[in-house]
Write a protein that binds this ligand. Structure first.
Ligand code: SF4
Ligand code: SF4
Length: 278
């Protein structure tokens, strides 16, 4: 069972929810797919040995002797990753999407492919929890190959996917692989807008979803109104709490620190699993 934890923006509490859900479960895998800013490991790194693996993609390589300078590859590349310089294609690595199209349109067998590293994945164990996290290299155009590499390594019965924030392709890629999407929302107008964006993306992917309301204060809550209008189930409401913020800043795993949170996350996990099984 794959549960994707999403939010419309960073700082909503997505990693807090993901990490604690994963620790609350038995024999689970936590996958940090927020590959631009992976921080789940800050909570889960207990110094255990960590296996590092490179993530590579294929990049075109040009044979100057075989190339006639016909421009077919340059004209084909929709990403603007090629320019003809001195009669030979010049590749801009960072914007190449490794689609292989230039290779297909070259009639002179002047293009081959070579692996190029764009990031890495890290795998370790923490008290029975499989911890996977990925990181894309600075300047790369897409973290999706790192995400795909991570998800291919996750094979526990329960997988909690800590998704990238927002609704870009990388978040959609995570949701696409999930059985259920859990949206973490904040009770503000801005939070409601972000909730709506994520909800629309998940709806377009035809995935079931529910909501965790985080940082709840005793004021008007437009995010709750949105959930009621859309008939979105709100599984739990976590109050805004300065003590919790301090504990999280100290990278504490709350289900291990506080009985109240242990019960909250066990109940949340049970209810989400119940939805998937229903
Ligand atoms: S399509 Fe082939 S021959 Fe034409 S410019 Fe590109 S590499 Fe050279
Ligand atoms: S592999 Fe695709 S994106 Fe990269 S240079 Fe070739 S056509 Fe452009």
């Amino acid at each position: 069972m794959r549960i994707a934890v999403l939010s419309g923006k960073g700082g909503t509490g997505k990693t807090f929810i993901s990490v604690n859900l994963a620790v609350a479960a038995n024999n689970a895998c936590y996958v940090d797919c927020d590959v631009e800013t992976p921080n789940g490991r800050l909570f889960l790194d207990d110094g255990s040995e960590c296996a590092v693996r490179k993530t590579t993609v294929l990049s075109p390589m040009f044979d100057k002797d075989a190339c006639t300078g016909c421009r077919a590859c340059v004209d084909f590349c929709a990403f603007g990753a090629l320019a003809l310089v001195g009669g030979t294609p010049l590749l801009f690595d960072e914007v190449c999407h490794s689609c292989g199209g230039c290779l297909m349109v070259c009639n002179y067998s002047a293009i081959s492919e070579q692996p190029r590293q764009i990031g890495q994945t890290e795998s370790s164990m923490r008290k029975g929890l499989h911890v996977l996290s990925g990181r894309m290299d600075v300047g790369q155009s897409s973290g999706i190959p790192v995400i795909q590499d991570l998800l291919a390594q996750a094979n526990n019965p329960l997988i909690i996917i800590d998704c990238p924030p927002g609704t870009a392709c990388s978040a959609a890629e995570c949701a696409r692989h999930a059985d259920y999407c859990l949206i973490v929302a904040e009770p503000s107008l801005y939070g409601t807008h972000n909730l709506q964006m994520v909800h629309e993306m998940i709806t377009a992917l035809d995935k079931p979803c529910g909501v965790v309301m985080n940082k709840v204060v005793d004021l008007e809550n437009p995010a709750e109104q949105y959930c009621a209008q859309q008939r979105l189930e709100v599984f739990t409401r976590i109050p805004f709490d300065r003590d919790l913020a301090r504990d999280l800043a100290e990278a504490k795993v709350m289900v291990e620190e506080d009985e109240e949170y242990r019960l909250l996350f066990h109940s949340l996990l049970e209810r989400v699993q119940g939805q998937v099984m229903a």
